[in-house]
Write a protein that binds this ligand. Structure first.
Ligand code: CAA
Length: 255
C-alpha cells in the first residue's frame, strides 16, 4: 500500500508530503495521525532547521467528506485535526506550506498552521465547508481572520468560494506566488535561508509572535522584552553581533 505521508530530509530541511493523490490528498484521520507522528519525530531531531509541508499535485482538498458524513457530534469532534494543527503551529522551527493545486477546507487550515506559505500559479485556496452544511473546524475561523482581517475571512467562510494563487497573495494569505515547476525549489531556497539564521533567535521570534497573538498588547510587549533579553544568554547572540562588527558571516551553534 502507498504511504500516505512521505518524509524526506534534504540536508537540514525536512519535507513532509501528503500522498493520497486519488482523493486529491483529502485528509482522513489516518493521514493526519501520520502527520502528527512525523511532527513528533521532527521535534526530536535537533538537526532539522526548517520544515516544508506539501502535497502530491495538490496540497489537500480538505477533510475526507466520505469519512465524515455519518458522524455524530462526538465522533466529529474526535475526527477533527485541531490538536495536530496546533502542534504544528507551535513546533519550534520555521515551517513553510508549499501549496500547489487545491488547498481547501482542512487543507487550507493545515497551510494556515504553517509560518509561511508559497503557492504555485495553479493553486486554488478556499474554505468551502459552508457548501457542505458545516463550517471550518480546524482553525479556519480562528487563524484566517487573524491573518487577513474579519471582512475578507468572512467573505471566504460565508460564501465558500475559491481564490486563485494571485488573489490569495493579494488577500495576504500566501507570501509569494511562483511558477508551478519552481514551487519546491523556491520553498527549499526559502527554507535554506531560514536554516542559516540563528535557530534560537528564530524560535524566540516565533514564540513571541504566537504568545502575542493570544494576549493583550501590554502582555505581549512585556513577554517580547523577556524573550528578547533572554537571547543575550546565548552564544549565538554574541556570535551574530561579533560577526557584524568583524564584517564576516556568523557561524551559529544553536547555543
Ligand atoms: N473528501 C473526500 N473525497 C474527496 C475530497 C474530499 N474533501 N475532495 C476530492 N475528493 C475525491 C472525489 O470524491 C473524487 O473521488 P472519485 O474519483 O472516487 O469520485 C476524487 O477525489 C477526485 O475529485 P473530483 O472528481 O471531485 O475532482 P474535480 O477536479 O472535479 O474537483 C474539487 C476537485 C473542486 C477539489 C472537488 O473534489 C471538491 O470540491 N472537493 C471537496 C472540497 C471540500 O469541500 N473540502 C472541504 C472538506 S470539509 C473540511 O475540510 C472540514 C474541516 O474544516 C476540517
Amino acid at each position: 500500500m502507498e504511504e500516505l505521508v512521505l518524509f524526506e530530509k534534504i540536508e537540514n530541511i525536512q519535507i513532509l508530503k501528503i500522498n493520497r493523490p486519488k482523493r486529491l490528498n483529502a485528509l482522513n484521520r489516518e493521514t493526519v495521525d501520520l502527520i502528527d507522528e512525523r511532527i513528533e519525530e521532527i521535534k526530536k531531531d535537533k538537526e532539522i532547521r526548517a520544515l516544508i509541508i506539501t502535497g502530491d499535485h495538490h496540497f489537500a482538498a480538505g477533510a475526507d467528506i466520505s469519512d465524515m458524513i455519518e458522524k455524530t457530534p462526538e465522533e466529529a469532534k474526535a475526527f477533527l485535526f485541531t490538536n495536530t494543527f496546533s502542534k504544528l503551529e507551535h513546533i519550534e522551527l520555521p515551517t513553510i506550506a508549499a501549496i500547489c493545486g487545491y488547498a481547501l477546507g482542512g487543507g487550507l487550515e493545515l497551510a494556515l498552521a504553517c509560518d509561511l506559505r508559497i503557492a504555485s500559479e495553479d493553486a486554488q485556496l478556499g474554505l468551502p465547508e459552508i457548501n457542505l452544511g458545516i463550517m471550518p473546524g480546524a482553525g479556519g475561523t480562528v487563524r484566517l481572520p487573524r491573518l487577513i482581517g474579519e471582512a475578507k475571512a468572512k467573505e471566504l467562510i460565508y460564501l465558500g468560494g475559491r481564490l486563485t494563487a494571485s488573489e490569495a497573495y493579494q488577500y495576504g494569505i500566501v507570501n509569494r506566488v511562483v511558477k508551478k515547476e519552481e514551487l519546491m525549489a523556491e520553498a527549499f531556497k526559502m527554507a535554506k535561508k531560514l536554516a542559516e539564521k540563528a535557530p534560537l533567535a528564530l524560535r524566540a521570534a516565533k514564540e513571541a509572535i504566537l504568545y502575542g497573538g493570544d494576549r493583550t498588547k501590554t502582555e505581549a510587549l512585556s513577554r517580547e522584552s523577556e524573550i528578547w533579553s533572554g537571547l543575550f544568554a546565548s552564544q549565538d547572540q554574541k556570535e551574530g553581533m561579533r560577526a557584524f562588527l568583524e564584517k564576516r558571516t556568523p557561524q551559529y551553534q544553536s547555543k
